[in-house]
Design a protein around this ligand. Sequence first.
Ligand SMILES: [Zn+2]
Length: 141
Amino acid sequence: MPFHYFGKVSFVPYTKVAEFADYLKNGKLMGTRCKNCREISFPPRADCLSCLSDEFEWFECSGKGRLHTYTIIFAAPTGFDDIAPYSLGVLDLDDGGRLLGWINIPEEEITIGMRLQAVPKIFEEVPEIKLYYSLEKANTT
Ligand SMILES: [Zn+2]
């Protein structure tokens, strides 16, 4: 048991931002803002990358952004083979940060740099709560 020298408590910073999942369940996309230097982080981060402060507050992201890149999956992993082909994209959020989501528009309409809206969704059919991001056409109004 050489690892006992490192202590028994495995404390990870994720526990400080556990509320993130609760917000997502309610359809809210939340990031963190450092109370010390105002640095913004998405996904949320308890400890600031800029000034190392652990004082943060939540803010709600608009979920709007531009498509950074995307790929179309033809050879899907087990469990996803019945829905292939499908498109995955990386969205550069207007509020800062990036996320990976499922592109929910026809393949021929996808272009890099297009405006999209990230919407947190839940797979209802599985017993545990499974969250994913759906990338949809941004409301142009
Ligand atoms: Zn900071």
